[in-house]
Design a protein around this ligand. Structure first.
Ligand SMILES: [Zn+2]
Length: 275
């Protein structure tokens, strides 16, 4: 090999060595590397690149159970207002053991917005008897036979025994509203018909005992007294018999009485509102 040939060979070896070293340390400042990279560019990756997956759609919000309000369901058409079918003939029988009861004339709404009011099987309930003791309403209440059965059972099996146990005195008066009232809920001018308008509800404001004492929902509810505990006990037992029980804890409209009804809540009519 000549001297010139030897020099060229030496230069080539140096260039290749420097490029290898500089590529390992990641430098791009090597002049000769630039030349080599131009002549021999780095091989492109041969694996195909997958398509990018879209992130959460812009128009959908994440739903957090128990924190957020669930997405609204499509609204259904409003159900037709409940109407009562009044039988053409007066009720001939309403067998309620222990009830002081009389059959009543048919009760129907008038016209217009009152047309849906009425009682399918109306009775007038004077009170209930247990043994020789009678607990009476100040005036007979007008309700449906079906409601009279539920109310009588609660009074005879729960309220009267609880009063005897707490106070040692039988109940003499069950102070209540009239039962039937053709009106909307909470006496509002419009809205859903009250269960009172179907003979399926009653309001009870206080109870009087034979010994003259008085247990008032307005005065005694929530008190740490015998009377307060008695009211709590019969409120709890009411929630096992009626489908709606509203007392002073429900809202200010019920601060002075228990509202009890057997209206339908939920698809199977088994949901209970107990407040
Ligand atoms: Zn009521």
């Amino acid at each position: 090999m000549t001297g010139a040939g030897c020099s060229i060979m030496y230069l080539a070896v140096m260039v290749v060595s420097e490029c290898v070293i500089m590529r390992i340390v990641g430098s791009v400042s090597c002049f000769f590397c630039g030349l080599v990279l131009i002549v021999h560019p780095a091989p492109a990756a041969s694996d195909p690149v997958p398509d990018a997956k879209p992130l959460v759609a812009q128009d959908s919000e994440p739903f957090v159970e128990g924190v957020d309000t669930p997405p609204a369901k499509p609204s259904l058409p409003a159900p037709a207002e409940e109407t009562v079918e009044i039988p053409p003939e007066p009720l001939t029988e309403c067998d309620v053991p222990g009830a002081l009861i009389k059959l009543a004339d048919p009760v129907a709404g008038k016209s217009g917005s009152d047309a849906a009011c009425g009682i399918a099987e109306p009775v007038r309930l004077n009170g209930v008897v247990v043994g020789t003791a009678a607990a009476k309403f100040p005036s007979p209440v007008t309700v449906s036979c079906r409601f009279a059965k539920t109310l009588t059972k609660w009074l005879r099996d729960d309220v009267l025994p609880a009063a005897e146990e707490q106070f040692g005195s039988p109940v003499s008066v069950l102070a209540s509203g009239p039962g039937y009232q053709c009106r909307r809920r909470n006496n509002l001018p419009d809205g859903k018909l009250s269960e009172h308008a179907l003979g399926m509800a009653i309001d009870i404001s206080h109870i009087e005992l034979d010994d003259g004492s008085r247990i008032s929902i307005e005065d005694d509810w929530g008190a740490e007294t015998k009377k307060g505990r008695f009211l709590k006990e019969i409120h709890t037992s009411a929630c096992e018999r009626f489908t709606t029980v509203l007392g002073p804890d429900a809202d200010s409209s019920h601060r002075s009485h228990f509202h009890l009804d057997i209206g339908c809540h939920g698809k199977a009519c088994t949901y209970v509102i107990c407040q």
